[in-house]
Write a protein that binds this ligand. Sequence first.
Ligand SMILES: Cc1cc2nc3c(=O)[nH]c(=O)nc-3n(C[C@H](O)[C@H](O)[C@H](O)COP(=O)(O)OP(=O)(O)OC[C@H]3O[C@@H](n4cnc5c(N)ncnc54)[C@H](O)[C@@H]3O)c2cc1C
Length: 320
Amino acid sequence: MYIHNGKVKKVYARKEVILSAGAIDSPKLLLLSGIGPKEQLQTHGIRSVVDLKGVGQNFQDHPLVAGISYTTERNAENLIPMMYGGNSQRDYIRNRTGPLSVPFGVVGYFTVNLGVDPDPNVEDTLFLFQSVLMGTDFGLVGVSTYGYTREVFQDYLREQGGRTGFVITVKLNWPKSRGSVSLRSKNPMEAPVIDPNYLSHPDDVEMLLKSIKYALIIGNTTALKDGLGAKLYDKPLLGCKHLKHGSDDYWRCFVRRMLSIGYHPSGTCKMAPPVRGVEGLRVIDASIMPLITSSNLNAPTMMIGEKGASMIKEDWGYVE
Ligand SMILES: Cc1cc2nc3c(=O)[nH]c(=O)nc-3n(C[C@H](O)[C@H](O)[C@H](O)COP(=O)(O)OP(=O)(O)OC[C@H]3O[C@@H](n4cnc5c(N)ncnc54)[C@H](O)[C@@H]3O)c2cc1C
């Protein structure tokens, strides 16, 4: 069913319905259609078609902490004009090239195994280097992108305004916490309840703590200390000021206060198409991932689409 010019219209499928509404809306549409945990559907007065407990569960995203900040004293004077100066703007507007074509001054990243996965060849943590401080732009873009509050900006980041420096962001490739998407009501126009449940698994906090310590070792290298005059931005964070700066408890608090995400919702329809118990329906999008991929999701989701298309063609005899 869909609404067109204010009228509810119905579409019937002769062969199959393919649901690709993403990790938030695919479970929402299944739930509204009576496919999901029976108890939840009953609460909203929706008739249960198939009692599938997993619909809307297993929500995953990549948690990250964007804010191990270092100010710099030399050899980095060009960073701010490089990012925001006239030449950068010209290059971007004319050719879509230059520093502004890269989001927020990302200059590089690498992944390592810090012990989540017992296989040392599996890289479980990502370190992202950005050539500007979070507060460099006086709160214009960076702060809202990462979802930090105005209070955190005013109290902690504002003093970074206009200063040179860099930020090391740490990201968990395979978090252990799981959240959920559930219905707010049976009204299809209402947004669902998204409970990401970040950091609910204690290992995620400990892994981010471990990652921060690793980032601090990098920040303390001769190349950065002597070469750039890099100094840890050690202003105590709002909400963590009661803890000894630099202690494990301080950084745990920092993780909780400065947590952000990769914008990679996934896993909420953890099943392979076709949907179990329902004929003629497939889910093909990021919601089907049982376990989030270590990388960003765009390319893996495209591959899910390709694989889904191949399976459909095969099932309907369009390929040998
Ligand atoms: C801000 C942001 C930045 C990101 N940056 C990156 C990045 O740099 N690199 C990367 O790899 N990944 C990135 N991602 C993640 C990536 O975009 C997603 O993981 C990917 O697009 C998921 O694909 P999908 O098909 O599952 O869902 P989507 O791409 O969300 O597609 C679902 C589609 O269904 C439509 N839809 C939903 N409900 C209905 C309905 N009821 N009726 C009709 N249509 C409906 C939506 O409008 C949407 O077009 C980013 C995501 C966000 C939000």
